[in-house]
Design a protein around this ligand. Structure first.
Ligand SMILES: [Mg+2]
Length: 243
C-alpha cells in the first residue's frame, strides 16, 4: 500500500485491516444483528442463565439448580427454531410473564462499544443500515425504548415478521422480497455462527462475525467466518470516536 492510499483510507474512515477501502466503498447496505452485535449479549445471557432460573425456582418452589437444569433442557430442545426467540412461546410454556420480567433488569441493556459511532459513520457515508434480528417484537421494543437504537438505523426487521428464523433459508428469501438487497454490495454482521452459515449458503459474499458479543465473557475467536472484536475496527479515523 502506498502512502496516498493509506491517507485515502483514513479519509474514508475505515480500518484497512478489517476491510479494504476498495471492498468498503462497494458496500451499499449493512444488515446488522441486534443482540450480541449492536447490543451487549450480557443482558440476554444474564436474563436467561441467571435471572430466570431464580424466578422459576421461586415460582415453582424448587431449588435454583433444578430450575437451571429445566430451563437449560428446554432451551436445548428449541434452539435454532423461532420458538427459542419467542417471548409468547416462553411465557406460555413456563407460565410466567417473560416480557414483564425483562423490565426488572433493563439497566443491563447496553450498546456494545463504538456502535453509535459506527452507525453514524454509515449514515454519513450514505450506506443503508438495517437491523435483522431473531428477537421477538416485544424484545425489540423493550431494547429500542431503552437505547434509542431505532433512531440510528433505517429499518428494523424481526424474523418473527416472516415466521422464519435467520437460520432458515426461507428467512433470506422473505428478506430479499421485503427489503431488496444485492449480494455483491451487502455486508451482514452477526455474532451467530449458525446465522452466518445460513447466510453464506444463501449466497452472501460479505460476512463478519463479532468475537466479543457478551462483555462479561471472554472473547470467542474460534469462528469459521471473518470477524471483528469491536466496531472501531471498521472506523480508521479514531478522531471520529466519541470519548
Ligand atoms: Mg445475535
Amino acid at each position: 500500500m502506498t502512502d496516498s492510499q493509506e491517507n485515502d483510507s483514513n479519509a474514508q474512515g475505515l480500518n484497512t485491516q478489517a476491510y479494504s477501502p476498495e471492498q468498503w466503498s462497494k458496500i451499499k447496505t449493512v444488515l446488522l444483528d441486534m443482540d450480541g452485535t449492536l447490543l451487549d449479549l450480557h443482558f440476554d445471557n444474564y436474563f436467561w442463565l441467571q435471572f430466570m432460573p431464580i424466578k422459576y425456582a421461586e415460582r415453582y418452589g424448587i431449588e435454583d439448580k433444578e430450575a437451571h437444569q429445566i430451563l437449560k433442557q428446554a432451551s436445548e430442545e428449541t434452539q435454532g427454531t423461532l420458538n427459542w426467540y419467542c417471548l409468547d412461546y416462553w411465557s406460555e410454556r413456563l407460565n410466567m410473564p417473560v416480557a414483564a420480567l425483562k423490565q426488572d433488569i433493563v439497566e443491563k441493556i447496553q450498546y456494545r462499544p463504538h456502535v453509535k459511532d459506527f452507525l453514524s459513520m454509515l449514515k454519513q457515508q450514505g450506506k443503508r443500515a438495517v437491523i435483522v434480528t431473531n428477537a421477538h417484537r416485544d424484545s425489540v421494543n423493550l431494547k429500542m425504548a431503552n437505547t434509542g437504537l431505532d433512531k440510528l438505523v433505517d429499518r428494523i426487521i424481526s424474523s418473527h415478521d416472516y415466521q422464519e428464523p435467520k437460520e432458515s433459508q426461507a428467512f433470506w428469501q422473505h428478506l430479499q422480497q421485503d427489503e431488496p438487497f444485492e449480494l455483491e454490495t451487502t455486508l451482514l454482521i452477526d455474532d451467530s455462527q449458525a446465522v452466518l452459515t445460513s447466510a453464506k449458503t444463501w449466497g452472501f459474499k460479505h460476512l463478519l462475525t463479532i468475537f466479543h458479543p457478551d462483555s462479561q465473557k471472554a472473547p470467542n475467536t474460534e469462528s469459521e467466518h471473518p470477524g471483528i472484536h469491536h466496531f472501531d475496527e471498521l472506523i480508521a479515523n479514531k478522531d471520529d470516536l466519541q470519548k
